[in-house]
Write a protein that binds this ligand. Structure first.
Ligand code: ADE
Length: 231
């Protein structure tokens, strides 16, 4: 899989060299390229923003540098999925992570300030080398820019790429894969600071363990995220 990131803060993405994603990157499983948007400006101040049309607070990212950056990134692309992280986007959830993991090429466009001129999104969708454009929100809160959101989306999608996670079974039994929150986990010792591991987990009775875990999932989801059950 190839992933391109366009940002005015390329240094944010140095953490992509850490942990599982770092290994996948080093082994060539995932080819991640980070681009500085300012490289696609032509003025002395390397300007990427301007005042909003129609007035209002804040600044808007100019379309010209974005157009040139995407011309370069998409030059040899086919079937790229281009993601614009924005609090005004569709909520990023596990099914979207699964869909992104199946794309051969992802491009993340990280906006700052009040966002990117909307024509960039419109124009990107009309490019023949682009399979889909997605405006995605990490959650109902506002970050300073798309970088942290892009990083979360890259990690969520990247770990679903075959070969990324050592034991693929661990991907099946986790929160959100079946629409529920995950059951609580325990390891040794059986008693720690007076607190016991639930005895059923030490019983060796696989059916009882599966039933207990399911009950825990339902109970936890009912308490913490009832909307996932449609309640
Ligand atoms: N940029 C700023 N806030 C964001 C959010 N919640 N999700 C995605 N991108 C963002």
């Amino acid at each position: 899989m190839r992933i391109d990131v366009v940002t005015i803060f390329p240094e944010f993405f140095s953490v992509l060299d850490v942990s599982l994603l770092g290994k996948a990157r080093a082994s060539g499983l995932i080819d991640i390229r980070v681009h500085d948007l300012r490289e696609f400006t032509h003025d002395r101040h390397r300007t990427v923003d301007d005042t909003p049309a129609g007035g209002g607070a804040g600044m808007v990212m100019k379309p010209e540098p974005w157009g040139e950056a995407l011309d370069a990134v998409l030059a040899d692309a086919a079937d790229a999925v281009v993601v614009f992280p924005t609090p005004a986007g569709e909520l990023f959830r596990q099914p979207i992570a699964r869909a992104l993991a199946e794309a051969p090429h992802l491009v993340f466009c990280c906006g700052r300030y009040e966002g990117i001129d909307q024509r960039v999104i419109e124009h990107t969708a009309s490019r023949p080398e682009v399979a889909a454009v997605r405006e995605l929100s990490l959650g109902d809160y506002v970050l300073n820019g798309g970088e942290v959101a892009a990083m979360a989306m890259i990690e969520a999608a990247g770990r679903l790429v075959p070969g990324m996670v050592g034991n693929p079974d661990s991907l099946v039994e986790e929160s959100h894969e079946d629409g529920l929150l995950e059951y609580p986990s325990y390891t040794k010792p059986a008693v720690w600071r007076g607190l016991e591991t639930p005895p059923v987990l030490l019983s060796g009775n696989h059916a009882a363990i599966a039933a207990w875990r399911r009950e825990q999932q339902l109970d936890r989801t009912r308490r913490i995220r009832p909307e996932l059950l449609g309640d």
